[in-house]
Ligand binder design. Structure first.
Ligand code: GDP
Length: 752
């Protein structure tokens, strides 16, 4: 593309006008000449020399159900691409991506580490071309779906890892749905083909049946369980047989498909061609006319259909036994998208939507998708550059805080090493060091092209507990630690009760909060006592209402005068809170609108039913009045709080509780007991499925009734049933339980 100012190309005209106007006035008003110079120098850069052209970049996530083998697979990818030189095993706690201590101890990956590596496919669509692959290892535990969600937001493609024995498990279903939501093209990797009971084709069927994915094998497994020897390449009609004398799986022989596999290979090759003909016109024409379709054409069709989300290629392997990883890497390069293959990212600029496309000559725009406190360098800000180039020393603008902050260092994460780099170009992922007031979901851009990318959406926390330091002297350290952790993790919230001074933390599950406590201890050296986990209830309204708030003190001295009238109405479940200013004619002066809104939001922090946060409503500020001398920000904030409380009381408020989606897998003989028990827990059975001699039961159960379920199900079934659960939605608390919750809440007024 020609070197030109793409900002002018991508912005709608009106928006651009507004934008340059505001830029000019800001410059005139606030910037010093020297500063302006720096900013100017740093924005319209020459196109820098990229190490990898955009089309040779793959930003890939690896997502799966816990234990399916993401960590092992990531580890192997790093090994085969030459980043680590020794294979680390998850079970001995040496895996490179699991670098947080607790993760090592627990053997689960709870934070997404962004790691860069390189791979060259010797054959395929881009023979001999070296590609940069940025890998995001996403967590698999149900408590951390927000982590998965936030990494999917910045990825271009993904590998969904399934266990060859278990097939599609509940968490893989959740991740799959999240990938659909963010339209992430993907490949499926069926891991653990060496395990007893591994069934590659069964897993492929499962993906089709349960997830509705148009999944087809690109390779078949040669043997399974302890006879899993290698892979059969359906496109090349070759077999790759691993050399068992090389434990690292570096060596494999490329041979003709052995006679006993030929028929099955031809059958699945034909099915693959037919599947591609169904989604790709060019293949369809040749297929119908009975013409030969070249391997190259098939590959092109797979790439196109994968990018269009019409096709999912499936690869068998065993990461643990070092088989199949090289083929998976080849497929990542060949079939998953580069940043150029994706639709433009949307951003908001002066209340208008603008498209952001990757271009190195544009001023930089990127999204913060993860924060990590690093013991050596402080705050690492994981950042995806959507357009432009971010350079070391550059000043970036945060539209949320309206502040500019300097990027003192830029680093690439290569396993546990940080490699300092001078610049990160569009499409790339890096970590920034320097900016302080940044939270996950922030956009960092150039001040003169101030744009807000859509931040990822995060679920509401469902569990809360009180927390206090073991020694009073640690109070400050605790507050600092909690603040840091909340910045990193948008599903973790901290609130404090003004009356009792009690601090409450809220998150996605018991494990989530346990890990937070652990991190407080390890990273911030604060030992904290926690209360019993409590349900994080929510409140909402069921009808429209109006409320008036007055905060008027006019006796003696400087008075106070704030007065606002608001209207509130219910919104659909999950829509959050909207506050709209409809004041006309300056009945509330402009400078007091924001304080009124703030007051309203503060009022909504403690609903009138039992003091829980109020969600899913729209509030409109419609009227009010002011006093020339006595009006102040504080007075309008108080008026906002009072107006909200009054309106909410009249709007038939209700209490909401979190409902979990629970899946129990049990031997048939315990099916009745499990169902009876779920019913006692106020469960609503959604469906049952028989698989051999096991039954899978799906139900919605209030979280309140799920405490201690792990122990109960074990004793009910002699340890033979297993279950998993995730937050599904919020529902109204039944009337007969309401008074008990309200009563408990009134005894412990702090909540979140
Ligand atoms: P994650 O939770 O998805 O990150 O899964 P891990 O990579 O931590 O793997 C979970 C467990 O499965 C570990 O004990 C691994 O050693 C084991 N595992 C991973 N891949 C394979 C495989 O291909 N075959 C077998 N038999 N075990 C595997």
């Amino acid at each position: 593309m020609a070197e030109k100012d793409l900002a002018t190309d991508t912005l709608p005209e009106e928006c651009l006008l507004e934008h340059s106007k505001s830029a000019a006035s800001t410059r005139a008003a606030t910037e010093t000449t020297a500063k302006e110079k720096t900013t100017k120098e740093t924005i319209r850069t020459e196109k820098p020399k990229r190490k990898y052209p955009l089309e040779r970049l793959r930003n890939i996530g690896i997502a799966a159900h816990i234990d399916a083998g993401k960590t092992t697979t990531t580890e192997r990818i790093l090994f085969y691409s030459g980043i680590v030189h020794k294979i680390g095993e998850v079970h001995d706690g040496a895996a490179t991506t699991d670098w947080m201590e607790q993760e090592r101890e627990r053997g689960i990956t709870i934070t997404s580490a962004a790691i860069s590596c390189e791979w060259t496919n010797k054959g395929g669509l881009f023979p001999g071309a070296s590609h940069a692959i940025n890998l995001i290892d996403t967590p698999g535990h149900v408590d951390f779906t927000a982590e998965v969600e936030r990494s999917l937001r910045v990825l271009d493609g993904a590998v969904a890892v399934f266990c060859g024995v278990a097939g599609v498990q509940p968490q893989s279903e959740t991740v799959w749905r999240q990938m659909d939501k963010y339209r992430v093209p993907r490949l499926a990797y069926i891991n653990k083909m060496d395990r007893t009971g591994a069934d590659f084709l069964g897993a492929v069927e499962d993906i089709r049946g349960k997830l509705g994915g148009n999944a087809h094998p690109l390779f078949l497994n040669m043997g399974a369980e302890d006879q899993f020897k290698g892979l059969i390449d359906l496109l090349e009609r070759k077999a790759y047989v691993y050399d068992e004398s090389d434990p690292n799986g570096m060596k494999f022989d490329v041979i003709d498909i052995p006679a006993e596999y030929q028929a099955v290979a031809e059958k699945y090759r034909a099915a693959l061609v037919e599947a591609l003909a169904n989604v790709e016109d060019r293949i369809a024409d040749k297929f119908l006319e009975g013409q030969e379709i070249s391997t190259e054409e098939l590959r092109q069709a797979i790439r196109k259909a994968t990018l269009e989300m019409k096709f999912i290629g499936v690869i068998p392997g065993s990461s643990f036994k070092n088989k199949g990883i090289q083929m998976l890497l080849d497929c990542i390069v060949d079939y998953l998208p580069s940043p150029l293959d994706l639709p433009p990212m949307h951003g908001e600029c002066d209340e208008k939507t603008v498209d952001i496309v990757p271009d190195d000559s544009h001023s930089p725009v990127g999204l913060v998708f993860k924060l990590m406190t690093d013991p050596f360098v402080g705050k690492l800000i994981f950042y995806r550059v959507y357009t432009g180039v971010v350079k070391k020393g550059m000043v970036l603008y945060n539209p949320r805080t309206r502040k500019q902050e300097r990027v003192s260092r830029l680093v690439l994460m290569k396993a546990n090493d940080r490699i300092d780099i001078d610049q990160a170009c569009s499409g790339e992922i890096c970590a920034l060091i320097g900016p302080r007031e940044v939270v996950t979901g922030d956009t960092l851009c150039d001040k003169e092209f101030s744009v807000c990318l859509e931040p990822p959406t995060f679920p509401e926390p469902v569990i809360s507990m009180s927390i206090e330091p073991k020694t009073k002297a640690d109070q400050e350290k605790l507050a600092l630690g909690l603040q840091r952790l909340a910045e990193e993790d948008p599903t973790f919230r901290v609130t404090s009760n003004a009356e009792t001074g009690q601090t409450l933390i809220a998150g996605m599950g018991e494990l989530h909060l346990e890990i937070i406590r652990d991190r407080l201890f390890r990273e911030f050296k604060v030992e904290a006592d926690a209360g019993r986990p409590q349900i994080a209830y929510r409140e909402t309204i069921t009808q429209k209402a109006e409320g008036e708030g007055k905060f008027i003190r006019q006796t003696g001295g400087h008075g106070q005068y704030g007065h606002a009238i608001i209207k509130i109405e219910p919104l659909e479940r999950g829509k959050g809170v909207e506050v709209v200013n409809e004041i006309v004619g300056g009945v509330i002066p402009k400078e007091f609108i924001k304080p009124t809104q703030d007051g309203l939001m503060e009022g909504a922090q403690n609903g009138v039913v039992a003091g829980y946060p109020v969600v899913d409503f729209r509030a409109r500020i419609v009227d009010g009045s002011f006093h020339e001398v006595d009006s102040s920000e504080l007075a309008f904030k108080m008026a906002g709080i009072f107006a909200f409380k009054e309106a909410m009381k009249k709007a038939k408020p209700i209490l909401l509780e979190p409902i979990m989606k629970v899946e129990v897998t049990t031997p048939d003989e315990y099916q009745g007991d499990i169902m009876g028990d779920l019913n006692r827990r106020r469960g609503q059975i959604q469906g049952m499925e028989n698989k051999g001699s096991t039954t899978i039961i799906n139900a919605f159960v209030p979280l309140e009734m799920m405490f201690g379920y792990a122990t109960d199900i074990r004793s009910l079934t002699k340890g033979r049933a297993s279950y998993s659960m995730e937050t599904s939605h919020f529902e109204q608390v039944p009337a007969n339980l309401l008074s008990k919750i309200v009563e408990t809440a009134s005894r412990a007024p702090a909540r979140t």
